[in-house]
Write a protein that binds this ligand. Structure first.
Ligand SMILES: NC(=O)c1ccc[n+]([C@@H]2O[C@H](COP(=O)([O-])OP(=O)(O)OC[C@H]3O[C@@H](n4cnc5c(N)ncnc54)[C@H](O)[C@@H]3O)[C@@H](O)[C@H]2O)c1
Length: 266
């Protein structure tokens, strides 16, 4: 078990799920976010910090021995916002990790790194990136940073391309991309448990019948997702109209993100 796990983005959806990892992946958690966390368990450390603030990031990494990196802009937004949180923030985090001697990071990447693949295509982790917006590009950058820190400094990163992590799939596309919350948590367990990790690309997807992504290259990790979106197929069929076959939601793996315009600050 790790001594102290830093969780960035700990006020967000996956961050809050990850509070359950105290005493499971690490003896202690340090929860951090740009949004104050007021309802954390009393014994849990919390830090309010903007990832773009280098000195603050350095301070919050000090004393930790692993990082679950979930923080940052998680949707398509104006580039200046993405630049601060996802590019400068990621630089600050990896530099702080290097200086602190942190050996392992879970990096929340995204399916939007490959958003412009057709839904008929099946991808391994080696497929060239085809990001579907500035958010996806920021995750491509994050993956490149992780690879560089692995080769140059030996910091191990699980590059996890998360599909759609929600309590249940909400539409037809998510029947392929769904990651059940408990499968997400069991993946975090494995990433921090295996003796050697390296810097693999892992598709964060449950055992869905019609998934597009192939995790056979990382079977050695021992992660066996238990849920399958098929259990929701009838509900989706009955409640969500299917998109037209030529609509982005039916065509591209990135779905609606491919329709997002380049957003400008108002
Ligand atoms: N939930 C999914 O289905 C999904 C899919 C693909 C990728 N991801 C990735 O997983 C991670 C977690 O996703 P989520 O759904 O919990 O997102 P979320 O938006 O709920 O949480 C992200 C958190 O990051 C914080 N944050 C934003 N900018 C920050 C900054 N500059 N400094 C510090 N904190 C900042 C936000 O306050 C928020 O609490 C994200 O990196 C996201 O891109 C999630």
């Amino acid at each position: 078990m790790r001594k102290r796990l830093l969780i960035t983005g700990a006020a967000g959806a996956l961050g809050r799920l990850s509070w359950a990892l105290e005493g499971r992946v690490a003896a202690q958690l340090r929860l951090t976010d740009i949004t104050p966390i007021k309802d954390a368990p009393r014994q849990t450390e919390t830090v309010v910090c903007d990832l773009a603030y280098e000195a603050g990031v350095s301070a919050m990494v000090t004393g930790c021995d692993a990082i679950l990196h979930l923080g940052g802009v998680s949707t398509e937004q104006p580039f200046p916002d993405i630049l601060q949180a996802n590019l400068i923030g990621l630089h600050n985090l990896y530099e702080a990790a290097r200086i602190e001697g942190i050996s392992r990071i879970f990096l929340a990447s995204s399916n939007h790194v490959v958003g412009y693949y057709e839904q008929t295509e099946h991808l391994s982790g080696n497929a060239p990136h085809k990001p579907d917006g500035w958010y996806g590009i920021s995750k491509s950058y994050a993956e490149a940073v992780a690879v560089m820190y692995w080769h140059k400094f030996g910091i191990e990163t699980a590059i996890v391309r998360i599909g759609s992590c929600f309590p249940e799939p909400k539409d037809h596309r998510m029947l392929a991309s769904w990651l059940a919350p408990e499968d997400y948590l069991s993946l975090v367990d494995r990433v921090f448990a295996v003796p050697r990790l390296g810097c693999p690309v892992i598709w964060g997807v449950s055992d869905n019948d019609n998934r597009w992504w192939d995790n056979s290259a990382v079977e050695w990790l021992g992660w066996r997702p238990k849920r399958n979106s098929a259990e929701f197929a009838d509900k989706i069929a009955a409640t969500v109209p299917p998109p037209a076959p030529d609509h982005a939601m039916a065509r591209w793996q990135g779905g609606a993100f491919t329709l997002e315009p380049v957003k400008k600050h108002k």
